[in-house]
Ligand binder design. Structure first.
Ligand code: SAH
Length: 394
């Protein structure tokens, strides 16, 4: 099969020679053929040297690289990539484990599959395409998943309506590529969660906080816990299992609160230590007392683009400042940012300003990041997005 060819301007091949997986539209000199969005193209340097194969896109990122080899991108190609991704999760003790069946199987560039996310919940794979190319590949990807996962896999839900480029006009609809169950109970470190991939946020659950939730469990004994931005309540049950005195879960979404309540019932039926409130974070924080000695702040991404970075940093500062002001002496604060455009340094600076404003003595106990099933491709540092600090507040 012959693919259309994209030729780069002189000197623009450098990032590809360093295996960075994106070609920006400004780097392109000419294109041989007329590739449609989502088609496979080959990329060449100004001197006609072959550089890479990838998905063509309309927009600032013009090609997302799938391979630095000249090779067909077909069913066998997808099969191999999915198998490599699965084997890595198996090595990590996540896939095929007894106490855990919730993990990210494919993390975009981190798995050399730019534009693709796949999360596993017990017997269900939720597939999310962020590029037209991955949308076109969805049936081949579903076959690859069935081959690699075998009888473990009962459903494949394709959920890309909200993540595909709007301008591509694909009219993609969310739906099943295999099976059809609507909800399942998944296990994370022995705790149970209902996962509703159809109606839930993102793929239905935030898999990326698994290890940070585990760490929190060890700090929970006898503490009064506030889980702010709780969504499905993840941090709350870990705190309960860790022996917390009380756990209050807060989220502005009533749906999130009902999910949290259901999940608490699933793990700790009738346990009076837990209460949940559907309320805005700032309102709750302003009026709450000074009794919490373990607080989790895990807000949604405050900045989705670079141009709103300043406002986002202000947001993190304000949010953390109230926590520093109110947390009980000897309290522990778990604070996070999942905005990709906010660097680790910037986030730390925002939290530093908040601490200084409160005048409290604050020590950094842990610096947290995303877990190993959300790997960062060493050639694509932009893949690092989750940042967290665990702080001891005197
Ligand atoms: N900590 C969660 C994930 C949080 S996602 C976990 O471990 O799974 C962010 C959550 O913040 C969403 O559930 C969203 O509904 C909630 N949220 C967004 N804006 C909010 C606000 N102003 N006040 C309270 N919650 C808010």
């Amino acid at each position: 099969m012959s693919y259309c060819k994209v030729f780069l301007k002189p000197k623009k091949e450098e990032s590809l020679l360093r295996f960075h997986p994106w070609v920006f539209s400004g780097a392109i000199q000419s294109i041989k053929g007329q590739p449609a969005e989502g088609e496979i193209v080959e990329v060449y340097g100004a001197n006609n040297q072959f550089l890479a194969t990838g998905h063509y896109q309309i927009g600032s990122i013009a090609v997302r690289i799938l391979s630095f080899k000249q090779q067909p991108v077909d069913a066998a190609f997808w099969g191999k990539r999915i198998r490599v991704a699965y084997q890595m999760r198996h090595t990590l003790g996540l896939a095929g484990a007894l106490r855990n069946d919730t993990y990210r199987l494919v993390h975009g560039e981190g798995d050399n599959l730019p534009g693709l996310v796949i999360d596993m919940y017990a017997h269900t794979a939720v597939v999310q395409a962020h590029s037209v190319g991955m949308h076109h590949a969805r049936f081949e990807l579903a076959e690859a998943l069935k081959n690699v996962l075998g009888t473990q896999l009962e459903n494949i839900y394709y959920k890309s309506e909200a993540t595909l480029p709007f301008k591509a006009n694909l009219n993609a609809e969310d739906g099943y590529l295999f099976g059809g169950e609507v909800e399942d109970i998944a296990l994370e470190n022995g705790l149970k969660f209902y996962v509703d991939w159809q109606k839930g946020q993102k793929t239905g659950f935030f898999v990326d906080q698994r290890e940070n939730r585990s760490l929190l469990e060890h700090y929970a004994k006898d503490r009064s816990v506030l889980n702010m931005f709780c969504y499905t309540g993840g941090f709350s049950f870990y705190a309960m299992r860790g022996g917390a005195k009380t756990v209050h879960s807060v989220d502005s979404s009533a749906k999130a609160i009902s999910l949290t309540t259901r999940n608490v019932e699933l793990n700790f039926p009738g346990d009076p230590r837990h209460e949940a409130y559907a309320e805005d974070a700032f309102k709750y924080l302003e009026k709450m007392g000074n009794n919490y000695d373990l607080i989790i702040l895990d807000p949604p991404a405050f900045a989705k683009h670079k141009n709103v970075l300043r406002n986002a940093l202000q947001g993190y500062r304000k949010l953390n400042a109230i926590a520093f002001e109110k947390i009980k002496p000897g309290g522990v604060l778990f604070t996070f940012s999942c905005s990709q455009v906010v660097s680790k340094e910037n986030f730390r600076l925002a939290v530093f300003s908040a601490a200084a404003q409160s005048g409290r003595n604050v020590r950094i106990l842990h610096q947290l990041t995303q877990p190993a099933d959300h790997p960062v491709n060493i050639y694509h540092p932009e893949g690092e997005y989750l940042k967290g600090l665990v702080l001891y507040v005197e």
